[in-house]
Design a protein. Structure first.
Length: 248
């Protein structure tokens, strides 16, 4: 069991989840807390949701910390990582979840839109990993990046998003080589994930998915937990969580 492996390790087990206040990030934070980890989450505009999630984390008998952090800002990331390390006494896991998802025809994407997506989806994980690296090396820790099926397949109305996630996939594998052997780095790439009532688009995608449905945030979180608590020897992998959609 993950909690048993954490207890037997004898080192500080604490995680930092960017964008952990709601949606997939929230589920990741909660599953890590259930496994026995102290969990810090970051937010930018979702202060109320972050406070609620932090209380839920603490309900599992672990410590929590909600940090306002802008992953686009070098100084904000530096301060956020330092605050989490100071509070928990170390860091053993970084989950780069904060991201922008936007729909726009390729020939209508503005430069500001393009830059905003890359600043959050690609530069953010780079900055967070760079700042967390000394602490993760000390704990023989792990990094899990949240990519996307869109980083492996071209979605014509999401060119900036797909490109940013493809870059993150390559960054994940480059990190895996650069940060080894102390730190393992992997990537979870979700497909279409239901976050509420099923839309017409959701039903259309589910009909084309071999498993006959769309995924859930909890299933993505389970994949993150695998990389967070499984063999440290596994590194440089991109795990697609899409119900087989990517092979159709």
């Amino acid at each position: 069991m993950p909690a048993e492996r954490l207890a037997q390790s004898g080192i500080v087990k604490s995680a930092l989840v960017t964008g952990g206040a709601k949606r997939i990030g929230r589920e990741v934070a909660l599953i890590l807390a259930r496994s026995g980890m102290d969990v810090a989450i970051t937010f930018l505009e979702s202060a109320a949701e972050a406070s609620k999630t932090a209380r839920e984390i603490e309900s599992f008998g672990v410590r929590s910390l909600a940090l306002e952090m802008d992953v686009r800002s070098e100084e904000s990331v530096r301060q956020g990582v330092a605050a989490a390390v100071a509070y928990f006494g170390g860091l053993s896991l970084l989950v780069n979840n904060a991201a922008i998802y936007e729909t726009a025809p390729l020939d209508e994407i503005t430069l500001d839109q393009w830059d905003a997506v890359f600043e959050t989806n690609t530069r953010g994980p780079f900055l967070a990993a760079r700042e967390a690296l000394p602490y993760l090396r000390a704990s023989r820790g792990r990094i899990v990046n949240l990519g996307s099926l869109g980083g492996q397949h071209p979605w014509v109305t999401h060119a900036h998003y797909c490109s940013s996630k493809a870059a993150l996939h390559m960054l994940s594998q480059t990190m895996a080589k650069a940060f080894a052997p102390e730190v393992s780095v992997n990537c979870v790439a979700p497909g279409y994930i239901e976050m509420g009532a099923t839309s017409d688009e959701g039903r259309r995608i589910a009909a084309m998915t071999p498993m006959g449905r769309n995924g859930t945030a909890e299933e993505v979180a389970e994949a993150v937990l695998f990389f967070a608590t499984g063999p440290h020897f596994i590194t440089g992998q991109i795990l697609t969580v899409d119900g087989g959609r990517g092979v159709t």
